[in-house]
Design a protein around this ligand. Structure first.
Ligand code: SAH
Ligand code: F3S
Length: 443
């Protein structure tokens, strides 16, 4: 059997797409997955283009793979995903070892594309648009958690962002197809699903008849076997009171929301074309905190956007304090080809970006640690992910509010189990706890 080695960069949507590609190749084309690139007959890199660093990582990996290809000329190397969509044939020009470049719309045809590259012995390029299809195949892999894409693309035009170019227009999958996929996952042992979309809370408005994320959450909630539902990423612009109430009222929906703020300065938010102000964001946070007690809020921030002054940056730091985020992902602004911000004349130096990045992370860490400390003494439901990374003698899992908890499982608990844990100590990025009782096995 030919062997496939798959390398995934970037976001959860890429992880999902990689699973689909691997699922199709293993089921229809009889590939077998391997962890070893040296053993592979086909290596696929599923790429990310959100920041320049992500692209550089891919080219350096392709550089490493050159030696393998020299030793084994029959090895096929493919680049898929956002970088494929953004750069197209330029990838093969810079890295001639690449045999195949294709975007996510072509995943449904991956087997055929690989076959063509093998047969024709010359580079194959497929980065065109294609109708939306829901491919649901996955390589047989029992796991208690799964991602499910509910919509593709993005219709927003944030001036820094390349996603509308790489992922195309916003298109929602039909509820029936999503529910069928999740039902199947539940049957295979999945207990937690995360619904994915670039602006997941805009789900359904393009469908006939239109629907929304709150309605979809209610329907997923009815599926037997599923115990937790999460969704990412929500955009503040589209956050409705109806969705906030769903976070409170739909039992399986976890009390955690990732709500990218990007900047705390109204001037920068306007230049980013985000469609909300810091005041509006604070209003949303107040509504969330009032409606959904204990809700955990996480966010994305960009530092060093063109023209960002010290005062603008201070406003972002101030928002981190005011909101009391549980977690912050901070990114240095990266100039992306074809985006309006890339052409702005007021680009900042890498030094300024790096310095602001360090400073914002310090604030975020302090605020997040305080949020964690507030949980000491509380008893929480934890879904077990496996052995703890730091201490293999301990188990690690996540609370409904998505915090990592490490605890001693006494050797009787398995991946995917739900247990109750009392938090004994808050660490900066995780919690320590002790087992309170063993919940009933769910399988
Ligand atoms: N759809 C999501 C964002 C997807 S990209 C949303 O609405 O927010 C994930 C994160 O990458 C963004 O939230 C942003 O913080 C960051 N990002 C996007 N483009 C970037 C750029 N050019 N430079 C630095 N960070 C960027
Ligand atoms: Fe990018 Fe803004 Fe869409 S960050 S993915 S253009 S909502």
């Amino acid at each position: 059997m030919p062997k496939l080695h798959l390398i995934t960069y970037g976001c959860q949507m890429n992880e999902y797409d990689s699973e689909r590609a691997a699922g199709l190749l293993t089921q229809l084309d009889r590939y077998e997955l391997t962890d070893s690139p040296a053993e592979a007959d086909l290596i696929l890199l599923n790429t990310c283009a959100i920041r320049e660093k992500a692209e550089e990582k891919v080219f350096s990996k392709l550089g490493e793979l050159r030696a393998l290809k020299r030793e084994k000329p029959s090895l096929l190397i493919g680049v898929m995903g956002c970088m494929a969509q953004l750069r197209g044939g330029a990838i093969q020009q810079r890295a001639p070892i690449v045999d195949l470049v294709f975007g996510s719309p072509a995943i449904a045809r991956v087997g055929e594309l690989v076959e063509r590259a093998r047969r024709e012995g010359r580079p194959v390029l497929d980065v065109g648009e294609a109708p939306l299809v829901k491919v649901t195949s996955r390589p047989g892999r029992p796991a208690p958690k799964a991602f499910v894409t509910v919509m593709e693309g993005c219709d927003k035009h944030c001036t820094f962002c390349v996603v509308p170019v790489t992922r195309g227009r916003e298109r929602s999958h039909a509820p029936a197809a999503i529910l069928a996929e999740i039902r199947e996952l539940a049957r295979a042992g999945v207990r937690e699903v995360t619904l994915l979309g670039q602006t997941v809370n805009a789900y359904g408005r393009d469908l006939t008849p239109p629907t929304d994320l709150a309605a979809l959450l209610e329907r997923v909630n009815e599926l037997e076997g599923i115990r937790r539902i999460r969704f990412i990423t929500s955009n503040p612009y589209n956050l409705t009171s109806r969705l906030v109430r769903a976070l409170r009222d739909v039992p399986k929906v976890c009390e955690a929301l990732h709500l990218p703020l990007q900047s705390g300065s109204n001037r920068i938010l306007a230049a980013m074309n985000r469609g909300y102000t810091r005041e509006r964001y604070l209003e949303l946070v107040a509504e969330l905190r009032e409606t959904v007690p204990g809700v955990a809020l996480t966010t994305d921030l960009i530092v060093g956007f063109p023209g960002e002054t010290e005062e603008d940056f201070a406003q972002t730091a101030d928002m981190v304090e005011r909101v009391g985020f549980d977690g912050v992902f901070a990114f240095r602004y990266s100039r992306r080809p074809g985006t309006p911000a890339a052409a702005m004349p007021t680009q900042l130096s890498e030094d300024v970006k790096a310095h602001r990045n360090t400073r914002i992370l310090e604030v975020a860490e302090r605020v997040g640690a305080a949020q964690n400390r507030a949980l000491e003494g509380r008893e929480l439901e934890v879904m077990v992910d496996g052995a703890s990374r730091r201490d293999p003698g301990q188990l690690s899992g996540r609370t409904r509010c998505n915090r990592v908890v490490n605890f001693d499982g006494g050797g009787r608990i398995d991946v995917g189990d739900f247990v109750r844990v009392r938090v004994t100590q808050a660490m900066p990025h995780s919690l320590r706890g002790t087992l309170v009782e063993e919940a009933a096995h769910v399988c």
